[in-house]
Ligand binder design. Structure first.
Ligand code: SAM
Ligand code: ZN
Length: 376
């Protein structure tokens, strides 16, 4: 029923069926949940923890919803951090024990409902990883409380991309109290809504939040956030929440940090779709992202180091332009290659970069008209 695989440098027993029929991976199916497509998520986590440790930070890592133990055990083995793994399922915990032994790892292991565990073990871990089925929201409050007030890291995965990308707006409102967006910006908006959820939860508990790294890849969103207590820090983080105004007619967009949305109209006369509240602050600490990209060099699979290097060099402006969408919308002819578009923007004195979220996306501080001129 279980097969042994190697992921990164860690041996793992995983349910055979999770490899052969990935579409069937649901809570109820194999005895313990394992998704091979989440390897990149685990690779990035190992690289980030290695980067923190190499910078002299202390990491006491909690894999709160550990499943087979894949992530926590990889962090213990490949980043050599102190790790504890928890899961509420007996069969998962049994498998975590076998997987820890398979790699001769000394880690803490517990069988506990996640929120109870967080309440009982306040202050014991300074890095809490929440890797749930769907949304991390039910665990964020207690995770924030469980981190030491002087500083800690919270990493969240969200696989509820349909609500966050606007397919189910009511579900997004229920879970995150934000209005999502459909269309080519839905992924960046979804990622920023998820972060806003963490920031608000932290602010309630008088913690400020700083994003270390965030990515939207495959079928999920992921954010690593540094939290630290302080009323002023909490207010400063909240001040980076706001709204995106997006015109489906011409592709213009504006964003504005504010607790409430404002009445705006697009310069083309069209009406804006509004999304938010969402995080309008930075999506990475560039230095940490660069160090994590270097740390990821030990992995044979180069997707992780490429992703991290791409994120490190992304321009820090909220939202990109998808040049193909723009060209279609404005009936422009054939577009120059991406490299040339970027070079031309630089020649004209603007900053511009690619985005890891879309192969045809450009982040730039150039005004809409200037970009359209370059494309046309
Ligand atoms: C998506 S899986 C974790 C996958 C794992 N992190 C990995 O990388 O392979 C979610 C896990 O959370 C556990 N779980 C769900 N709700 C829980 C709760 N309230 N308390 C404890 N464990 C829970 C499930 O048993 C499942 O193993
Ligand atoms: Zn418009």
């Amino acid at each position: 029923m279980f097969v042994e695989i190697v992921e990164g440098r860690t041996k793992l027993l995983v349910p055979e069926r999770s490899l052969t029929s990935p579409r069937e991976i649901k809570k109820s199916l194999p005895p313990v949940f394992f998704n091979p497509r989440m390897k990149l998520n685990r690779d990035v986590t190992c690289a980030v923890v290695r980067a923190l440790l190499s910078a002299g930070e202390e990491v006491k890592f909690l894999d709160l919803l550990a499943g087979t133990g894949a992530k926590g055990l990889r962090v213990a083995k490949e980043a050599k951090a102190e790790v504890h793994l928890n899961d509420g399922s007996e069969s998962a915990v049994e498998l975590i024990r076998r997987n820890a032994a398979l790699n001769s790892l000394e880690v803490g292991i517990s069988l506990r409902e996640a929120n109870l565990f967080l309440l009982e073990r306040r202050g014991r871990f300074n890095f809490i990883d929440i890797d749930p089925f769907g949304t991390p929201v039910p665990f964020i409050h207690n995770a924030v409380l469980a981190l030491p007030p002087r500083g800690g890291y919270l990493a969240v995965t969200a696989t509820d991309t349909a609500p966050l990308c606007g397919v189910y707006p009511k579900a997004c409102l229920r879970k995150y109290f934000s209005i999502p967006l459909r269309g080519e910006l839905c992924k960046e908006a979804g990622l920023r809504i998820l972060i806003a959820g963490v920031v608000r939860e932290a602010a309630k508990l008088r913690r400020g939040a700083r994003v270390l790294l965030a990515h939207a890849t495959d079928h999920y969103f992921r954010a690593f956030v540094a939290l630290r207590s302080g009323r002023r820090r909490a207010d400063e983080a909240l001040a980076k929440l706001g709204y995106l105004y997006y015109c489906p007619a011409c592709g213009r967009r504006e964003s504005e940090a504010s607790p409430l949305p404002s009445q705006k109209r697009c310069a083309c006369g069209g009406s804006y779709a509004v999304a938010g509240a969402l995080w309008l602050g930075e999506l990475k600490d560039a230095e940490l992202a660069r160090r994590a990209a270097e740390e990821a060099a030990y992995l044979e699979d180069k997707r992780c180091s490429k992703l991290l290097a791409a994120i490190a060099s992304e321009l820090e402006v909220p939202f990109f332009y998808d040049v193909h969408h723009l060209a279609r919308r404005l009936s422009l002819g054939e577009l120059p290659p991406m490299r040339e578009i970027l070079e031309e923007l630089h020649r004209r004195g603007y900053s511009a970069s690619r985005t890891h979220i879309s192969a045809t996306g450009i982040k730039t501080d150039a005004p809409y008209e200037a970009l359209v001129e370059v494309l046309g």
